[in-house]
Each structure stands twice: as C-alpha cells, then as structure tokens.
Design a protein around this ligand. Structure first.
Ligand code: R7I
Ligand code: MG
Ligand code: MG
Length: 454
C-alpha cells in the first residue's frame, strides 16, 4: 500500500524491485513445471502470480482490496478442489470479474498511484503533500479539503506565474526596467496581474457579488506605476482617481473600451468565486468584472473564457469538456478559431513548439492573442509538474507574465496548492500575505450563499 510516512520518497507509477523479478521468474518456472504434472496446479500458481504482478507492481493495490480478491479466489479454489464445483473455468471467470472490480475501486481512490496515475488521479501530488505533512492522519477519512486546496492553489499559482513571468515580458526595454525594479526585499516582484486579482478578491469577499463601483474604487486606489500596468489601464485608473466615473473613463482612452488582456488576467478569481453557481450568472459576472477597465466586447469575452475555464478546471471537468463548453459559449470568431486549434492539438496529444503556439494562438497583450493560449497551456500541462508549464510559458515570449498568470491559475484550480513548488512560492514578494489572502478567499467562496440564476 502507498506509504504515507514522510520518510518515504514520492515514487508513484510502475515499480519492479529485484526481489519482485526473482519471485516472478521462479514462480512462472514453477507454474510451468507443475502444469506438466497436474494442469490445474500450474494454472493456480500462474494465475496467482499474474495477480501478484498486477496488484503490487502495476496498480499498486491497497492491502484490504488485495485480501478481498484473494478471499474470493481461495474460497472458489477450495470448493473446486473439494467438491469439484464451480470448476476451474468458473473460478477463473469470477476471479477475473473480481479483479476488474478491485482495480476500478483502487483507481477511484484519492491515493491511487499505480500506472497511469497522471491521467487517472492528477491530484495525487496534492494528496501526497497533504498526507506527508500529517503522517498520523488518514487524509481520506479526515476529508482532505480539496476546495480550499484548489482555490488557494489557483490564487497563488496566478501570483507565481506573474512574478516568474514578469522578468521575461515584452521587449528589451521592458525587461531592462524589470531588471532594475523586479525585486522587492530580495523576492520576486509581482505586477498588475496579481494586484488586480487581490483587489477583485477583496471586493468579491466584501460585496458577495461583482460590484463595479466598488471594484473601480479598489483598482484605482491600488494603482502604482511600478506594477507595470498596461498604458490604457493606467490612464483609466488615474482618471477614476481624479473623480471620473469608470463608465466614462473606460471609453475615453479607447472609444469602445480596451481589448487588452487586463480584464482576463484577474478573471480566474471570478471563476473560483462562482464555480458552484449557475453558469450564465458566472459569465455575466466575469463580463461585468472586466467591463470596469476593459469594456470592449473582446476584452470582456476574454475574461469570460478565463473565468469559465478556471471554474471548470476547479470542478475537475475533462480538458475535452472544458474546450467544448468554451466553444459553445464564445461569440467572437477570433476566439472560436483559436479554441478549435487548441482542441485539435489537445485531442492529438501533440506537443506544439512554443513558436507554433505563439504563431497560431498568440502571445500578445490583447485578450484575443493571449486567453486561448493560456487555456491551452493549462490543459496541455494539466498532468505535468508546475515547472514544465512555467518553463513553456517563458519560452513562449511576448506577454509572459499575463499568459503565465492565467494559465497557472487555471492549472492551480485543477491541481491545488499542494502541487505548487514551495521553493518557488517562497521567492515571491509578500508570499505570506498572499497566502493569507488566498486562504480567506477560500473561506469566502465556500461560505457565499448559492446563486441559482439571474
Ligand atoms: O489590458 P491592459 O490592462 O494590459 C494588461 C497588460 C498585461 O500584460 C499586464 O501584465 C500589463 O503588462 O499590461 O492594458 P490596456 O492598455 O488596456 O491594453 C493593452 C494594450 O492593448 C494597449 O496598450 C493597446 O496597445 C492595446 N489596445 C488597443 N489598441 C487599440 N484600440 C487595447 N484596446 C485597444 C483599442 O481599442
Ligand atoms: Mg503584468
Ligand atoms: Mg502582462
């Protein structure tokens, strides 16, 4: 059985020790030799040996399920030997049915760590980390709080993607500026992406809904040029600070409002907050949260896609279903064509190169050129370690902080806090404060009254 003791290394997947190999080889030789004497002797030894291999090495079965299977097989074998009923073929058939049942039961467990665990149980690292911290507790029985894990994981992953992506964002000038101001007390500085996500978290927790006036006030009060806001967003927020309404300010810089990705980069927070609510309501809330600074239909639709993808990932929907639901929701053909490409790549399991992703899906500062890219990355790396996702987002170039923030937030909603590398988290500016914000947000999400429609 999977050992939760922290002294043991995390080593899921197929396993074969030298002793296992010796037992298998000798056992098979013995089965062959016995079958030459009495056929069913050889059958019994070979059948048991194959199950030993399946349970211990392939599926890594828990002891109680192994014993249950062995009980069925032993009872049938004894009655076959003593009373010649039900016979060896019935014994084999019933035992094989029992094999299927115990394997399925094992694969449904939060601790499943046999072959294919990355696809079957992608939350295993989170379970392992949690179990490792509390070796004396039975995490499954204690009800591992997956909601808190995923909400805090998503928020902190957003900040990680932002802080680690920021030094790579934009052209040579932006990178030179960041080289000068990108550290805060030796830790990695985060940018507008994280600041606006915090503002949105605090507003949602205080108001229980998207309150655009409250949001405009918080966004404008938090504004600091050194967080690297987009030029249009910076102007809008300064105008709001000077007393202009957000409705007016948002349309004076760009007449239809901004189509930048600034509305989408904070939208994972909306997806988490309304993940258990009516989907139409979530969509309206995401659009309204973006409208305060990004009134353009494409700016708002980018936010809707990111919020919905986060909510679906949080609810453990398959990557196929997530893309399908987004395709059904989306209105702008610019997003739809990119979603179709992402869907094709995901279905084919093809690992598109960073240059191909940048060329076909985009790596720019507009919502159209970044939102589907972020969704694709989160899903393509869903079962991979966090560092692989972050590394790919950096190699993609362009608007790295924002694409990393959005994709990491969606990834974090699926994989949870315990899948995030602690060593990286501790390098992020104000990590302890961010963790406290994420934790109290998780409580606010879990406690807000359900919204069934509107
Ligand atoms: O969208 P926004 O808040 O930018 C966010 C980005 C993220 O990468 C952050 O990390 C930060 O670095 O900036 O900022 P906006 O200024 O609203 O939009 C970004 C850019 O999109 C603008 O500077 C414009 O170049 C472009 N843009 C538009 N161009 C023409 N017409 C946005 N809307 C328009 C438009 O209507
Ligand atoms: Mg930024
Ligand atoms: Mg950016």
């Amino acid at each position: 059985m999977f050992n939760r003791n922290k002294e043991h290394a995390f080593a899921p997947g197929f396993r074969l020790s030298a002793l296992d190999a010796i037992i298998l080889v000798l056992g098979l030789a013995a089965a062959f030799a016995l079958s030459l004497v009495v056929l069913w002797w050889g059958f019994v030894v070979g059948f048991v040996l194959m199950h030993f291999f399946l349970f211990c090495n392939i599926v890594r079965m828990a002891r109680p399920l192994e014993l249950a299977w062995a009980g069925v097989f032993i009872v049938l074998s004894i009655t076959t030997v003593v009373f010649e009923t039900p016979g060896w073929s019935a014994t084999a058939s019933v035992s094989l049915a029992a094999t299927v049942i115990v394997v399925v039961l094992q694969m449904r467990k939060a601790s499943y760590h046999g072959i294919g665990w990355r696809w079957i149980n992608p939350n295993l690292p989170a379970w392992w980390e949690a179990a490792k911290c509390e070796p004396n507790q039975n995490i499954e029985a204690a009800g591992f709080d997956i909601k808190t894990d995923r909400i805090t994981g998503s928020v902190l992953a957003l900040a990680l993607g932002d802080a680690f992506g920021a030094p790579h964002e934009g052209g040579i000038l932006e990178r030179a500026v960041w080289a000068l101001i990108g550290r805060q007390n030796g830790r990695r500085r985060w940018t507008d992406d994280t600041q606006m996500a915090i503002d949105l978290i605090e507003s949602l927790a205080a108001c229980g809904r998207v309150d655009q006036n409250d949001l405009a006030r918080r966004f404008s009060q938090s504004y600091k040029w050194s967080r690297g806001y987009g030029p249009g967003a910076a102007k809008i927020l300064k105008r709001i600070s000077r007393g202009q309404s957000w409705e007016e300010a948002g349309r004076t810089v760009y007449c239809e409002g901004s189509f930048g990705n600034g509305g989408a980069m904070r939208a994972p927070v909306v997806g988490l907050f309304f993940a258990d609510d009516n989907e139409d309501y979530l969509v309206k809330a995401a659009s309204a949260s973006a409208e305060v600074t990004h009134a353009h239909p494409l700016g708002r639709e980018g936010a809707v896609l990111i919020a919905l993808a986060t909510a679906l990932a949080y609810n453990n929907k398959s990557s196929e279903e997530i893309i399908e639901r987004l395709c059904q929701r989306v209105e702008a053909p610019e997003f739809l064509s990119r979603l179709r490409i992402a869907s094709r790549w995901l279905q084919a399991g093809s690992n598109a190169a960073p240059q191909t992703v940048a060329a076909e899906l985009g790596n720019g500062i507009s919502a159209v050129e970044s939102c589907v890219t972020a969704i694709y990355l989160a899903l393509a790396f869903r079962s991979s370690p966090f560092n692989e996702l972050l590394g790919f987002a950096i190699r993609l170039r362009g608007d790295v902080d924002t694409i990393a923030a959005m994709s990491c937030a969606i990834w974090g909603a699926a994989r949870g806090l315990n899948a995030l590398p602690q060593a990286l988290l501790e390098q992020v500016e104000q990590y302890e404060h961010l963790k406290a914000v994420a934790r109290s947000f998780a409580e606010a999400v879990k406690n807000h009254p359900p919204i069934s429609g509107k």
